[in-house]
Write a protein that binds this ligand. Structure first.
Ligand SMILES: Cc1ncc(COP(=O)(O)O)c(C=O)c1O
Length: 386
C-alpha cells in the first residue's frame, strides 16, 4: 500500500478506538461497562434544539462564513467575556468543527517543521499526534513521581530556541486536576517574555467542582488581545453535552486568527450551519445548563472516589474537575495496557490505559455515565484485582 510516511507514523486515537470497542460489545449483547467514555449522558440544552430546528424548518442550510456565523460569534464573545475576562471581536474568533479542529488549525498555522510544542503529561491523547500532523516535535514534560501536575520549573527546563508553543489543558483530561493560579501566571510570563504561544485548551474549564475556578490565562496577561500570545480553545462538546454537533472555537489575536481561517477555508470550508445555530442557542441559554451538569458530575465524582477508595492498592488524586479520574494502579500492574486488557477480559469493564496519556501505571476511569455503572464498574474491578 502506497501510504505517506506521515500517515504511516500516526497512532490511532486510543479513546475513540475503545469507544468503538465498547459500543460493538454492547451491540453483541455483552454486559460491558464503559468507564472509558468522554461525553456526558445529559440531553442537549433546549436552546440548541430549538435553534437548529428553526433553521431546518426554513429549509435552507447553506455554507456559512469560514470563521463562523455572526450570531454564534456574538454569543462566543459574550461567553468569553463573562468567563475568561477578555472580550474578543469577530476577528479574534474562528468557529471550527470541534475543539479538536480548532487545535489543529492553530498548530498548522504556527508550527514550522522541527518546531517544538511543549505539553505536560498526563496529556490528552491527541496532542502528540496533532503536533506531528503539523510536522512539529512534541516535547512531553513529566511530573515528579506520585504527582499529576508539573511545576513551572519542570516546563522551563524544556524550553529551547525551537519552542513555538506551550499547550495546557486545565482542568486536565485525564487527571481532572486544575493548574493553580501561580503556575498559569508563570506560563503567561514565560510565553510573553519569549514571544511564544500559550495554547489554553479550556474545553473543560467550566466543569470544576468544590467551589473552585480554573484560572483564565488572560487575567495574567500584560498584553491586549490584539497582541496576545494566548490562544484559548473552547467548545460546546463537553460543557453543553453536544459532542455530536462538532462545534469548537478559538480566541486569538487577529494575525493568528487570520491564518487559522485560511487553513480552515482550505480544509473544511466552514463548520455545519445547523450545528452553529444549535451552539448559539446553547450559549444564549446561559449558565443554568452548565451549572446543572456540573452539579451532577460533582456527585458522580464523589461516587467514583468513594468506590475507588474501596480498592486496597489504588492511589488517587481526587479530581477537581472534568469527568475523569486517573488513579494509580501500578501496585497491581505497572503495565497499564496489560491491566486494561485484563479488566476488559475478566470484568467486562472498559478503561483507558494511562500510557496513552503519557503516564504509565494509571488507568483513566470516566464518571460521565450513570452512577449505577460507576458503582458496578469499579466493584467488578475490585473483585478482579483484590
Ligand atoms: C482535552 C480535550 N481537548 C479537546 C477535545 C476535543 O473536543 P471536541 O469534541 O470539541 O473536538 C477533547 C475531547 O475529548 C479533550 O478531552
Amino acid at each position: 500500500m502506497n501510504l505517506s510516511r506521515l500517515a504511516l507514523s500516526l497512532g490511532q486515537s486510543a479513546t475513540l478506538k475503545l469507544n468503538e470497542l465498547a459500543n460493538n460489545l454492547k451491540a453483541e449483547g455483552k454486559p460491558v461497562i464503559h468507564l472509558g467514555g468522554g461525553e456526558p449522558e445529559e440531553k442537549i440544552p433546549g436552546g440548541a434544539f430549538s435553534e437548529s430546528k428553526k433553521l431546518l424548518d426554513g429549509g435552507f442550510v447553506r455554507y456559512t462564513p469560514t470563521s463562523g456565523t455572526a450570531p454564534l460569534k456574538k454569543e462566543i464573545a459574550a461567553y468569553t467575556e463573562a468567563h475568561y475576562g477578555v472580550k474578543p471581536g469577530p476577528k479574534n474568533i474562528v468557529v471550527a468543527s470541534g475543539a479538536k479542529q480548532a487545535i489543529y488549525n492553530f498548530l498548522v498555522s504556527v508550527v514550522d517543521p522541527g518546531d517544538e510544542v511543549i505539553f505536560p503529561a498526563p496529556y490528552w491523547v491527541s496532542y502528540p499526534e496533532m503536533v506531528r500532523l503539523a510536522y512539529g516535535t512534541p516535547v512531553v514534560v513529566r511530573p515528579r513521581p506520585g504527582e499529576l501536575l508539573c511545576s513551572a520549573e519542570d516546563i522551563e527546563c524544556h524550553l529551547t530556541s525551537r519552542t513555538k508553543a506551550i499547550l495546557l489543558n486545565s482542568p486536565n483530561n485525564p487527571s481532572g486536576q486544575v493548574y493553580p493560579e501561580s503556575f498559569i501566571r508563570e506560563m503567561v510570563e514565560i510565553c510573553e517574555g519569549r514571544n511564544i504561544y500559550l495554547l489554553m485548551d479550556d474545553i473543560y474549564n467550566r466543569l470544576v467542582f468544590d467551589g473552585l475556578k480554573a484560572p483564565s490565562a488572560f487575567t495574567f496577561s500584560k498584553k491586549p488581545l490584539h497582541d496576545s500570545n494566548i490562544v484559548s480553545i473552547n467548545g460546546v462538546s463537553k460543557t453543553f453535552s453536544m459532542t455530536g454537533y462538532r462545534i469548537g472555537w478559538s480566541v486569538a489575536n487577529e494575525a493568528v486568527t487570520q491564518a487559522m481561517v485560511k487553513v480552515q477555508a482550505q480544509v473544511s470550508s466552514c463548520p455545519s450551519a445547523l450545528s452553529q445555530a444549535a451552539a448559539a442557542g446553547a450559549l444564549r441559554e446561559g449558565d443554568a445548563f452548565v451549572e446543572g451538569l456540573k452539579k451532577s458530575l460533582e456527585k458522580k465524582r464523589d461516587v467514583m472516589v468513594a468506590e475507588l477508595a474501596k480498592l486496597k492498592k489504588v492511589k488517587l488524586h481526587k479530581p477537581q474537575g472534568t469527568f475523569y479520574s486517573f488513579p494509580d494502579f501500578s501496585a497491581y500492574d505497572k503495565d497499564s495496557t496489560k491491566l486494561s486488557n485484563l479488566l476488559l477480559d475478566k470484568a467486562m469493564v472498559v478503561t483507558v490505559p494511562g500510557v496513552e496519556f503519557g503516564l504509565e501505571g494509571h488507568l483513566r476511569l470516566s464518571y460521565c455515565g450513570s452512577e449505577k455503572d460507576i458503582v458496578e464498574g469499579v466493584s467488578r474491578i475490585r473483585k478482579t484485582l483484590d
